[in-house]
Structures are given as structure tokens and as C-alpha cells.
Design a protein. Structure first.
Length: 368
């Protein structure tokens, strides 16, 4: 999903990052197919956030903490130095369409959990609990069981408990076989252990952790580019396996490894590369006056993104503002910690790369 439509506290202070440079943006000889062409106009999400900001703020009390991070809402339990709850909510987005078409409903629950807990861990918080919400026109018990099977697997991967949920049967609201899936998670962190980006200065290293593929972002555009013929996608082996399996690959959950790494390294900031890609999400963790340069040759670009680039005609700036392009999480560290962090992350089963560095200025510079 594209996070701009969310209205949680974490998005109120978010501003659109701009791109310095980039490659391949000018392709006047070929018609480009953009996210807007697929029906998603991110500016509407920004406008919605601006309009509802005051309404939500009117509910705040002294326990609501602001300005501590960009990927979670904060609620203090024990004063200045005690426990802080970090909450997040998200859904799976139109990736669900491929679940409907294929009848494979037991993996999108992992995506739902991942979209929430990967945000929470960006603050250094350990997810504690999870709740799901499933809405459909007509409840099919087997489908619901498969969905929750995936949610449960995601919770096990994240180390949190699925403590409840809601299943709503809403005739005429959804088409035959359609459903929506959203999740809500709460984590906990000591206030003095919050990862908030405040210590990031020019010259810090950026380490990227590989994604498992598309994750759950940009699927309105993916569907426009790849189509929605499940049989055709299932028999398309051009990427070495079924293209349907590729698009349904669950979002990687980084929680356990990131918490272990946070116990060994001084992680200055963590960015979940979700809706808005590199361009929006990396600058969200930077203090004012800090930008970054990302070397696009420093990590491999999975084949699915090459295919989407070819079919869309989009240049780097647009691609890296829509998809994760092979990197699902970015950590900012002191330069002397970067090599050790990469080595330890790889030992834990991640694929980690030093992908760039912070600079004076603002926004993201993409270079080759």
C-alpha cells in the first residue's frame, strides 16, 4: 500500500522528499506508464492527511509523544525514562487481487503483519501484539482460515501475539470472493532506546537489507503492467519460476534480526522502504538539513523490477519512488560501524549492502 493515505501520528510531520538528480527520467520517445495511470494519485493522500491532522491532534493527551520517529505512533506509559508503546496499522493493498485470482490466500496475512511490524521496529520497538480485520461480502470459513493462517505465521516471524481480530460480513460492499485485510500492532521500547534519527549527520553510512521482492507496495501499477490473468501468470516462467509466485511472495519481516542488531550496534536511524520507495522513506529519518546519496550499483536489482522497468518505461527516479527495488530496510550508522553491521546482518541471514551515505542538504540523490 502507499502510506500517504494513512492518518496516524507518524505521518503528520512527513513531507514529500525531493530528488536530486537521478537517471533515466527523460524517455520522451516512449510512453511511460506511471502510478497515476494505474489510478493512484499520492497527492490526494497528502491532502487528506493535512485535512484530518487537527481532528486527531484534538484527542492527544500528555502521554502522546511527538517528534520521536517517523514510522510509529508513540504513547508513554512511565514518564520520561520508562516504557513507550509504539503503534502501527496498515493493510495489504491491491496485492490482494492476486490472492483472489489465484485462490492462494494463506500468504497475504504475512504481508499484513509485515507492513505493521516493520514500521514499529524502525523505532527500536519490539512488537508485542497484533490484531487483524477481515471484511468480505460473504464469509467463506476456509478462506478466512487461510488468511489467519498467514497472519499467524507473520506473528511468529515477528515474535508477537495474535490476540484478536474482527471478521465482518458486508453484503453488497465487496464483489464475490473479494475481501480486505488490515492489521494493527503495538510494540514497546524504553524511551532512551528509541531509534529516532536525531544523531544522523552528513557522512553516516547507509546499509540496505534486501527485500524478498515486491513486498506489498505499488500493486496498482504492478497489476496494470502484468495483468490479472492468473493462469497466464502461473504459467509464465520467464523469471525462473511462476510469475504468480513472484508477485505473491510475502513481505520480509525484519523484526527479530533488527532487534538483535540494535543490541550490538548504535543504529542511528531505520527506514522501512514501503509505499513511496527510497525517495520518501529514507529522508523521513533524517534531521533537517541532511540528505543522502544512494549508489544504485551497490546492490542487485531483482529480475521482477527489471521486468517492471521495461514494461513501464519509467526511469530510476519514478521507479525508486514507487517500489523498494530490492531493498526493504535501510539503516543509518556511523561509518566505522557499517562493515561490522553488514557482516553481522549477513550472519543472521540477511543480505546487507552499504548502499550510500548521508550528505548535507535534503532529499535523495540517485547515482550510478
Amino acid at each position: 500500500m502507499h502510506s500517504a493515505s494513512a492518518y496516524a501520528l507518524l505521518y503528520y510531520a512527513k513531507t514529500s522528499a525531493f530528488i536530486n538528480g537521478g537517471h533515466g527520467e527523460d524517455m520522451n520517445d516512449k510512453k511511460k506508464i506511471t502510478y497515476a495511470d494505474a489510478g493512484v494519485d499520492v497527492t490526494r493522500g497528502y491532502d487528506a492527511v493535512a485535512k484530518i491532522k487537527a481532528h486527531a491532534a484534538s484527542t492527544f493527551n500528555a502521554n502522546v509523544l511527538q517528534g520521536l520517529g517517523s514510522f510509529g505512533g508513540f504513547y508513554s506509559l512511565d514518564g520520561e525514562n520508562g516504557d513507550v508503546l509504539v503503534a502501527g496499522t496498515d493493510g495489504v493493498g491491491t496485492k490482494l487481487k492476486y490472492a483472489f485470482l489465484s485462490g492462494k490466500n494463506d500468504t497475504v496475512g504475512i504481508d499484513c503483519v509485515a507492513m505493521c511490524v516493520n514500521d514499529i521496529v524502525c523505532q527500536g520497538a519490539k512488537p508485542l501484539l497484533f490484531l487483524d480485520y477481515i471484511a468480505t461480502g460473504r464469509i467463506d470459513p476456509d478462506v478466512v482460515a487461510d488468511i489467519v493462517k498467514g497472519v499467524s505465521e507473520g506473528c511468529r516471524q515477528a515474535g508477537c501475539a495474535l490476540v484478536g481480530g474482527e471478521t465482518a460480513e458486508m453484503p453488497s460492499m465487496y464483489g464475490d470472493g473479494d475481501y480486505d485485510l488490515a492489521g494493527f500492532s503495538v510494540g514497546i521500547v524504553k524511551r532512551d532506546k528509541i531509534i529516532n534519527g536525531a544523531g544522523i549527520t552528513p557522512g553516516c553510512a547507509l546499509v540496505g537489507l534486501a527485500s524478498s521482492g515486491l513486498h506489498s507496495n505499488g500493486f496498482s501499477l504492478v497489476r496494470k503492467l502484468l495483468g490479472e490473468d492468473a493462469e497466464k501468470l502461473d504459467t509464465d516462467m520467464s523469471l525462473g519460476c511462476s510469475l504468480l509466485d513472484v508477485v505473491l511472495t510475502p513481505t520480509r519481516i525484519y523484526v527479530k534480526n533488527m532487534l538483535e542488531l540494535a543490541g550490538k550496534f548504535d543504529i542511528l536511524g531505520l527506514a522501512n522502504i514501503t509505499g513511496g520507495g527510497f525517495i520518501e522513506n529514507i529522508p523521513r529519518i533524517f534531521p533537517k538539513g541532511v540528505g543522502c546519496t544512494v549508489d544504485l550499483e551497490s546492490f542487485p536489482r531483482p529480475d521482477i523490477f527489471e521486468l517492471l522497468a521495461q514494461r513501464s518505461g519509467l526511469g530510476d527516479a519514478e521507479l525508486y519512488n514507487t517500489f523498494n527495488m530490492g531493498i526493504g530496510m535501510v539503516a543509518a550508522l556511523k561509518p566505522e560501524d557499517a562493515d561490522g553491521f553488514v557482516k553481522q546482518a549477513n550472519a543472521l541471514g540477511e543480505k546487507a549492502y552499504i548502499i550510500g551515505e548521508t550528505t548535507a542538504g535534503e532529499g535523495v540523490t540517485l547515482k550510478r
